[in-house]
Design a protein around this ligand. Structure first.
Ligand SMILES: [Zn+2]
Length: 347
């Protein structure tokens, strides 16, 4: 359990699957395993409105059947949100993430995320427990084949949630460093006094011409999505850093409404009471960490050499790089110097 200070406690057990996850194709179906695509008029009419027709795969599903869930405490490390924001948003990285930290939300219990039942052809790599239904899945037989009815999450959901957090963390980092690229990523319209953010993916920053973006209307790299409005930002004079931080806070508020935290009492062995704050999902936990990074209760810094995140509670205020990284840098410098001297001595 991670104690932030004496007044409250963050409690958040999460779980990951024994055999990990994979991406699979699936089709929307009724809770009884009847694909919507195969229904006729009357039945279809009944399900209209609740059917996630627009959902495209692939979907994240458990690799192999198991009732084993490994509980762990993701908030034991303050860097979780920063790590997630740094990963490359592709299928492989997301599966690696899920294998290590579990799903982003509990697809069974999260009301915000209520995509209904999906039918996917049932293959069990372990070869065990074929045909066993549990609380999280139902096995049905159709035309001699076994299918599982479960609630997987689509790749688009992972991409969208990653994009939102990654963009906010990137803007936050840039704002703290007064990064001049902010002036390209943000757009200010004097009249009627509105500011916008261009969602530039962090892993494609180097592909963007920052002198053109935001100034030249005809320039818009295909991977940059439509700009997002920064609400409640009506300054006397535009300030990129302030606008970026306003966007970050707006985004944190929005996400914490969507993925809330609960607060409850806990009693210690002496009968004393204290507050416990409990995130409802991994997303809720990560956005809360990001929130604490704004208030200064979590302090992270990247190593200036390797770029990896460190928690400043284990370092002095002056810390800027890992010891090993500093040594490596020194070695590289002295080698370069030697090479230069040798070249100079050559006739
Ligand atoms: Zn380093």
């Amino acid at each position: 359990m991670e104690k932030i200070d004496l007044t409250y406690e963050l409690s958040f057990p999460w779980h990951k699957h024994q055999f990990g996850y994979k991406w699979a194709d699936a089709a929307p179906c009724s809770p009884w395993g009847e694909p919507y695509g195969e229904m006729d008029g009357g039945d279809l009419e009944k399900y209209k409105g609740i059917i996630p027709f627009a959902l495209d795969g692939p979907f994240l599903v458990e690799k192999s059947f198991s009732i084993m869930r490994f509980p762990f405490e993701p908030l034991a490390d303050n860097r979780l949100f920063a790590w997630f924001s740094d990963i490359i948003p592709d299928k492989e990285s997301f599966v690696r993430w899920a294998d290590e930290y579990g799903r982003l939300v509990d697809v069974e219990g999260n009301a915000q995320y209520s995509y209904d039942f999906i039918l996917s052809p049932y293959t069990d790599e372990s070869g065990l427990n074929v045909g066993l239904s549990t609380t999280t899945r139902r096995i049905v037989e159709r035309n001699g084949l076994l299918y599982q009815v479960t609630k997987p999450d689509p790749l688009s959901f992972w991409k969208q949630e990653h994009r939102d957090l990654s963009l906010a963390v990137m803007l936050w980092e840039m704002a703290l460093k007064d990064d001049p690229r902010l002036n390209g990523i943000l757009e200010w319209h004097e009249d009627p006094g509105r500011a916008y953010v261009y969602p530039v993916p962090r892993h494609r920053l180097t592909e963007v011409d920052f002198r053109r973006i935001g100034k030249d209307r005809s320039y818009s790299p295909s991977f940059v999505l439509p700009p997002r409005r920064i609400e409640d930002y009506r300054p006397q004079r535009f300030n990129a850093k302030r606008a970026a931080l306003t966007y970050v806070r707006q985004e944190i508020n929005k996400k914490m409404r969507l993925y809330p935290l609960y607060i409850r009492f806990d009693t210690d062995e002496n009968g004393g009471i204290h507050r416990v704050i409990e995130p409802t999902s991994l997303l809720s936990a990560m956005w809360h960490q990001f929130f604490l990074a704004q208030t200064g209760e979590i302090r992270l810094r990247r190593c200036s050499v390797c770029g990896k995140w460190e928690d400043m509670k284990t370092h002095r205020e002056s810390w800027s790089k890992h010891k090993n990284c500093a040594n490596y840098q020194r070695l590289k410098k002295s080698r370069a110097k030697k090479r230069e001297m040798l070249n100079r001595d050559r006739p």
